[in-house]
Design a protein around this ligand. Sequence first.
Ligand code: DC
Length: 213
Amino acid sequence: MIITVDGPVAAGKGTLARRLAARFGYGYLDTGSIYRAVALRLLRAGTDLDDSRAAVAAAGSLDETDLSDPALRDEATGDAASHIAAQPAVRAALLAFQRAFAADPPDGRAGAVLDGRDIGTVVCPKADVKLFVTASPEARAGRRHAELRARGVEVSYEAVLDDLRRRDARDSERGVSPLRPADDAHLLDTTNLSIEAAFKAACDIVAGKQATT
Ligand code: DC
C-alpha cells in the first residue's frame, strides 16, 4: 500500500502523513527533509545554491546524520531547499531513493507513506491512495507563526506570510515537477478542519482502499 500526501508548506501534511503511517504500521518518508538536507550541505559549505553539480554531489552522499540534523527545520534551510528543488538534476538525483523507499519500506512493512510536493504526480503516480492537503495562505502562516514563536523565534506574522507566498510561488511555478494535485488525489482543505478531523477523513479513505484490495 503506497499513500502519497502532497501539499504546500505548513498545510499539515507532515503531521497527517506521520500519523497515518503510525496508525497503519507503514513506513514514513518526509521527502522535504531530503531536499532540506541537500540545501543545508550547500549552505554550510558556502556553496552557491545555483551550483547544481554541487547539489547533485550532496544528494548522492546523504546519510542518516544529515537527515536528523535539527537545522533542517530552520526557515533558512526550507527556503534554500525550495531553491535547489527547482533544479531538474537535483530532482532526478533524489528520485530513485524515494521510489525505492515506496517499493520496499524499511523493516518489511506492508506499506509506505511519503509526503512532499510531487509524490502523487511524479514519484509514485500509481500510488494506492493520494491525498492533497491544503489550507489558505493566511491559515498556514498563522500556524507557522505560532510554531516559530513557541520555539522562541521572533518574527512577525506578515513576514511569515510573505515568505510562505514566495515559497508557494516557487514550488508551484517551477518547470519541473511543480506542486499540484494529481488528477486522482483526494483534496483535504484544513483551513477550517481540525487535524483530528483531517486525520479521521484520511483514515476512512485508506481503510476504504484496504477493503477493496
Ligand atoms: O515540505 P518541506 O517544507 O520540508 O519542503 C522543503 C522544500 O523542498 C519545499 O519548499 C519544496 C521542496 N520539496 C520538493 O520540491 N519536492 C518534494 N517532494 C518535497 C519537498
